[in-house]
Ligand binder design. Sequence first.
Ligand code: ARG
Length: 455
Amino acid sequence: MSTLWGGGFAESPDALLWAFTVDTADRRLIFDDLHGSWAHVGMLGEQGIVTDEEAAQLQAGILEIVDEAEAGDFVFLDTDEDVHSATERRLIELVGDVGRKVHTGRSRNDQIALDLRLYLARSGSLQLQRLASLATVLVDQAERVGDVVVPSYTHLQQAQAVPLAHHLLAYAEMVRRDAERLQAAIYRTQVSPLGAGASGGSSLPLDPAISARLLGWSWHFTNSMDAVGSRDFVAEYVFVCAQSMVHLSRLSEEIVLWATSEFGWVSFPDSFTTGSSAMPQKKNPDVAELVRGRSAGVIGDLTAIMSLQKGLPLTYNRDLQEDKRIVFHADDVLAGSLQTLAAMLATAVFNPPAPNPEVTALDMAEILVGRGVAFRTAHEAVGRLLRNLGEDGRTLEEANAADLITAHELFEAGDIDRLDPVASVEHRVTPGGGSYREVVKQIKRLRSLLEDIRN
Ligand code: ARG
């Protein structure tokens, strides 16, 4: 068997060693690998390390392999140790001996670091679009539900009245932040490691700035050992995936809860629910359950990528080959979850019941605060009012003017009108708070930020 490194080896690799060490997960990097080789060869030509004609032949061969891969005609062989070995083998097959010059001034160590950076920058920009799309669905739904009022929850107990739109927009904010985090991660990823070589650079006149320019990137490495030995850019990407999945998981948990007959907030068309093999009445929100479930695997990916780095001496170690399965898994799960959850949410029909009357209790206390009563005193007065009503078997909504004035002398008969969740929302004035005015502002702001992320 011929390997990239067989020159000094008296024996062929053992079959078990080969099966254990060969990487096939990296095959999806083939376009990035070819892209990187194309830039590397361009730099070799500009620097006169290969002749212009050789550079042209090599680049033509590389583009031919791109065509093959695009057509699905690229054949990986069992004897290819990894994607880098496969593309170099194929290049030599296509262009002959000049192909043996492609790896001049390069190592698979800087090559794989670049491939991954190219891949994550590319895949990350698709994820940005998906994140923006999901956030847009949430904003659209917030607009569609209009002035429907629901309870906000703390401790999963009804708290204050808020527009349902405010609740949906809270998730839009989380997803928008995920997109911003991803933009920052992509920015740090677009740094070319080409020229770092095996670990210390080269005696050949390589120019990392030219390689970076040919990749369309503004930055190149400043320490070759860091360039080939570091994977924090991968970890950052996995973190963004994990945090996004955790946000989607929380949203999914709420969807599952809201779709119960007990909550009855939301329903989905048959095309976005699944049935039970046993119980004919069941329509289950499985998409949300699977998003919630799959987030566990991505949290595992984050642990894996952190653990992978922690004991490694500089610089490259073969352990790093494992980073690809981790980040690809995280990337794939996020992509599928974003797409499917967005499609499902777009079909949601919201019709929540009115909140419990007690969601106005804090408003009643604030009425007294507005009349000069200390908040703690006001809290006690409303607490007393609730207790008295409870003993009577009445709700806060059923309180009359006399009940209010018994609870505190500064209550007035007209305050009865404030015992309404809708009135509660209408009196909310905090910037960023749960009021219709703020919802309208949030929708406008989010639409414009999401537009920026899209472009
Ligand atoms: N397949 C390897 C990886 O993914 C590529 C780098 C191999 N380098 C080496 N010196 N064996 O990390």
